[in-house]
Design a protein around this ligand. Structure first.
Ligand code: UGA
Ligand code: MN
Length: 353
């Protein structure tokens, strides 16, 4: 009854339309006129309900996973890696992946390293080379105190991938017998200055002895030098540090175990000079004066006064370079060639001193 009442009208309409319509349309109208089976509605609703339930569970699982991941990464960075270190490491990895992909506008850091043949030389240069390999836009001037270059040093430099020039500068004979002792590394540093004058027009120069320990962050401080910059050097003399003294962001003096009347009582590793600034001072050079090499060089940059020094390493509060010293070793004993001929020792002895 009820079905008849409900469906009667559409059936009549459908029959009326049938005469003029095509067979397919007629079939469609018939089907539409039929009452929908109740079970189909129910099944569809149940299906929708199940879908919603599944989606809810999936969302919950997703949230749980994200929370676990976040919690694990937080715990790892708190326990194992300080955030600052993590940032440094990210930078390091980036640099290591592309050691020389420096942006073209980046200023070159010219690192001048005096060196000489001795048992420790290859060990020192290996360590320094592998620090410099992490620094982009760097040009290493390795200058031996010798009449000609050493093959083992040349080989070492060639495999670093660092941009470099391998030069020599012998010590003038009269300087090796000075009363205060030989002014170590001076002929090489002056050779480096000469090379820069002939080959560079912009950038920054830094004197890096082969036996110190350098934090790679130092080279970014060096790079931003506009004229002359300074920073602390660890492990110098009996004070343990050599540094500009800073008060309220301004230079107030120098802290160094050996002032000795020096206008600039600083360590060789504690300053950098811009190439542009050097080129405006054609007479700047390092004197052969043992103990006064840094002071003499900085004074030769006149006009330049201590109050013009750019203070780096967060207002001289960080130590980014250490004046380390390696224990001196005696040259190795001569090889018993009768006993070890045709062994690897013949080759090894050519490397070591
Ligand atoms: C200290 C200063 O920090 C140096 O900058 C300074 O040149 C030196 O004193 C000096 O007395 O003139 P220190 O660590 O005592 O340095 O000296 P070394 O490390 O023995 O020598 C400094 C640099 O000169 C090194 O790169 C070293 O390889 C080189 N050197 C040393 C030579 O080229 N020839 C030498 O006979 C000795
Ligand atoms: Mn040294």
């Amino acid at each position: 009854m009820i079905r008849g009442q409900v469906t009667g009208e559409p059936v009549q309409q459908a029959e009326a339309a049938m005469s003029s319509d095509r067979p397919l349309r007629r079939l469609w109208l018939r089907l539409r006129a039929l009452p929908q089976p109740l079970s189909l509605h129910l099944r569809a609703r149940r299906l929708v309900k199940a879908c919603w339930l599944l989606a809810g569970v999936a969302l919950l699982l997703l949230l749980l996973g994200a929370f676990r991941f976040y919690y694990a990464s937080q715990r790892c960075s708190r326990a194992a890696v300080a955030p600052a270190f993590a940032a440094d490491r990210r930078r390091l990895l980036h640099v290591a992946a592309a050691p020389h992909s420096a942006a073209p506008q980046q200023r070159t850091v010219y690192v001048i390293t005096p060196t000489y043949r001795r048992p420790e030389q290859l060990a020192e240069l290996t360590r320094l080379a592998q620090t410099l390999m992490h620094v982009p836009a760097l040009h290493w001037l390795v200058i031996e105190e010798a009449a000609c270059t050493t093959a083992a040093v040349a080989e070492l430099l060639a495999r670093t991938g660092v941009r470099y020039d391998h030069l020599v500068a012998p010590m003038p004979e009269e300087c090796s017998i000075l009363p205060g002792g030989k002014p170590r590394g001076v002929p090489q540093r002056n050779r480096g200055l000469q090379w820069i004058r002939a080959n560079a027009s912009r950038g920054v120069l830094y004197f890096a002895d082969d036996d110190n320990s350098y934090d790679i962050r130092l080279f970014e401080e060096v790079r931003s030098t506009e004229r002359v910059a300074m920073w602390p050097v660890g492990l110098v003399g009996n004070y343990g540090i050599s540094t500009p003294v800073v008060v309220g962001g301004r230079l107030a003096g120098f802290y160094d175990g050996w002032i000795s009347g020096r206008k600039f009582p600083v360590d060789m590793a504690g300053f950098a000079v811009s190439v542009e600034f050097l080129l405006q001072r054609p007479n700047a050079f390092m004197p052969y004066e043992t103990g006064f090499e840094e002071d003499g060089f900085l004074k030769s940059l006149a006009p330049f006064e201590p109050n013009e020094i750019e203070l780096k390493a967060n207002n001289c509060t960080k130590v980014l370079v250490w004046h380390t010293q390696t224990k001196k070793n005696e040259p190795s004993a001569t090889l018993d060639i009768k006993k070890y001929n045709n062994t690897n020792l013949v080759l090894l002895k050519k490397i070591i001193v």
